[in-house]
Design a protein around this ligand. Structure first.
Ligand SMILES: Cc1ncc(C[n+]2csc(CCOP(=O)(O)OP(=O)(O)O)c2C)c(N)n1
Length: 611
């Protein structure tokens, strides 16, 4: 099937057309503001999330009747940013948001950081005060280019109307090529009101920006040789596999090589959970089998994964016997945290396709190692340390029960799962089924509470035919639930399951384990027997959503089924759960992955070594 062209593809091909004088050339009388809108239309942008204000007001005027492009008015700029991220992850297209200057622009810093850490293609357009006011502490002036430069792929200021089409096309090109990421374009009010013809296609001017996509053939051959001959190989699949669309060839490589597969949090769904080689998520809250596979591997083939500290634990003790093949589109990632024996810079989709080809040749030449002892060990770990949970002693509902019932009833077809950050996020990775890329949306690198509702809104806007479930924490939900108003008014009918343990659960868990149960400022009073402020059911109803509370396990299944039947408005279910449910397994922060605990006092890898 032909790949849907991204706005960047369109920009690049139209720019190429222009340079050969092959395409149609548009020249229209315009203002800078109108050129912003026209550029977005020519780039094929279908939806923009935003909120206006003085410095972007000139642009909101032509936006009022822009054909073919929808604007969704959010209630907070952070919501616009996360919605653009959710849209981008769900669809593979560039997410777009547009806000005004000063505090509006700084409200975007969190989503920009988030998109940067998780390599999400996104373009943020901000209004800036008039060029003559810059540097005068004018009303709502903020140096947003300076503030966001460290947390974006690129940020730049436009002060001249004639430049607008080219700079906007470049922003899309940078956001979506190479390692995807967020680009901020700050446009002065004076450039927006200035008159200048809109000329399209523009000529892109990006000297020095040439992402390498084609991997080095010799390195790929060497990687294939190592994979064919390793006795304890693991494919460590990262978020890059989703972003680049490398899933199919990754699965082929797993089938051919019989290597074990671990999928990092951002890669959930890149290889189906039902694939027999998939051991699940590695890292701090990974499965015992996935963590042990990496620790005992003699070869790790890292595919679009950045050896994040949440995955490796203490680097000094990480996978001591493993050679490393590291494939990444971003050369800065290679050997950043862990030295690569075979570094491969390239597009992951292209590289896995090459690896699949070279693997056959390598097997012919070098033979294939016998992996049966390796699989005996991994299967036994998988069997012994299944993902399960203890019922809480306070007789309240186990959070894991709720999440696993959602997974069981809603399943892995035509559904997108989105989360906030905390315990509920980890339970979601463990107990929901992930069978396809782009069906899991969660904040990995930044770990941004408040991501769930707006990211879910963006995902549903991008994929209206899919069911979107947001699994949220009572803490995370309170950060951005105002976007339920946006959802309700725009017919974006997401389903929100609040896993309400009445606390900042993940932090509370650390207080239980490492601070002698001194629960310093982690109780939120939203659950059973508390002040219940806010009452999530009333809050949901205030947003005209269908909302109700579930406190008893016997009501959970019916509640999920009922939510699946409501499609004319968003649904909010307040699942009241125990504050004592804990996330296991766990590698305590800063320790080696060898010290993974399956539950309290159970150290599978250490115990095994001492046996
Ligand atoms: C914006 C933000 N602030 C603080 C944190 C630190 N933090 C990580 S998890 C967590 C608690 C999350 O609570 P909740 O959303 O209720 O989820 P739970 O852990 O209870 O499932 C906090 C405060 C964060 N990740 N993001």
């Amino acid at each position: 099937m032909a790949k849907t062209p991204t706005p960047a593809d369109v920009a690049a091909s139209r720019a190429a057309d222009a340079s050969t004088h092959g395409g149609r050339i548009i020249r229209e009388k315009s203002t800078g503001a109108r050129s912003i809108i026209r550029s977005l239309q020519e780039l094929g942008v279908e939806v923009v999330f935003g909120l206006p204000g003085g410095a972007i007001l000139p642009t909101y005027d032509p936006l009022f009747d822009a054909e073919g492009m929808k604007h969704i008015l959010v209630r907070h700029e952070q919501g616009a940013g996360h919605a653009a991220e959710g849209y981008a992850v769900a669809t593979g297209k560039v997410g777009v948001c547009i806000v005004t200057s000063g505090p509006a622009a700084t409200n975007l810093v969190t989503p920009l950081l988030d998109a940067n850490m998780d390599s999400i293609p996104m373009v943020a357009i901000t209004g800036q005060v008039g060029v003559s006011s810059i540097g005068t502490d004018a009303f709502q002036e903020a140096d947003i280019v300076g503030a966001t430069m460290p947390v974006t792929k690129h940020s730049f200021l436009i002060t001249n109307a004639a430049e607008i089409p080219a700079r906007i096309a470049e922003a899309f090109y940078i956001a979506s090529t190479g390692r995807p990421g967020p680009v901020l374009v700050d446009v002065t009010r004076s450039a927006q009101v200035e008159e200048a013809d809109f000329v399209w296609p523009p000529v892109l001017d990006l000297p020095g920006y040439h992402p390498v996509t084609k991997p080095n053939a010799r390195q790929v051959r060497e990687a294939a040789r190592l994979l064919a001959t390793a006795s304890r190989p693991v494919l460590m699949v990262g978020g890059g596999a989703i972003r680049s669309g490398a899933s199919d060839d990754t699965v082929k490589l797993a089938d051919m090589s019989d290597a074990a597969v671990v999928t990092t949090m951002n890669a959930r769904g890149a290889v189906p959970d039902s694939h027999p080689h998939n051991l699940g998520m590695p890292g701090m809250h990974g499965t015992v089998a996935a963590v042990a596979a990496l620790q005992n591997a003699d070869l790790i083939v890292a595919l679009g994964s950045r050896f994040d500290d949440r995955v490796t634990g203490s680097l000094a003790g990480f996978a001591p016997e493993a050679k490393v093949v590291h494939v990444d589109i971003d050369p800065a990632e290679i050997s950043k945290n862990r030295d690569a024996d075979v570094p491969i810079v390239g597009d992951l989709k292209e590289t896995t396709a090459e690896l699949v080809k070279e693997f056959e040749a390598a097997v012919e030449q070098y033979g294939k190692a016998d992996l049966s002892p390796w699989w005996e060990r991994l299967d036994s770990l998988r069997e012994t340390y299944k993902m399960t949970w203890d019922e809480p002693s306070d007789e309240a509902m186990a959070a894991q029960y709720v999440v696993s019932r959602i997974g069981e009833i809603v399943g892995g077809d035509d559904v997108i799962y989105v989360t906030g950050v905390g315990q509920h996020q980890m339970w979601a990775t463990h107990f929901l089924p992930f069978e396809r890329p782009r069906q899991w949306i969660s904040s990995g690198g930044a770990g941004t509470m408040g991501y769930g509702v707006p990211a879910g809104m963006g995902a549903k806007q991008g994929c209206p035919e899919k069911t979107v479930w947001v699994i949220d924490g009572d803490g995370s939900f309170q950060m951005t639930n105002q976007e339920l108003a946006t959802c309700r008014l725009n017919g974006i009918n997401i389903k929100v399951a609040i896993i309400n343990n009445s606390s900042l659960g993940m932090v509370r868990q650390w207080q239980t384990l490492f601070y002698e149960q001194r629960y310093s400022h982690t109780e939120l009073d939203t659950g059973m027997g508390t002040a219940r402020v806010p009452d999530f059911v009333k809050l949901g109803e205030a947003y005209d959503c269908a909302a109700w509370r579930v406190e008893d396990p016997s009501e959970v299944d019916d509640a999920i089924r009922k939510a699946m039947e409501i499609n004319d408005r968003p649904v909010v279910i307040d699942f009241v759960t125990s504050p004592n449910s804990e996330v296991w397994p766990m590698v305590p922060a800063g320790l080696s992955n060898d010290q993974i605990m399956y539950a309290r006092e159970i150290w599978p890898i250490l115990d095994d070594d001492n046996a």
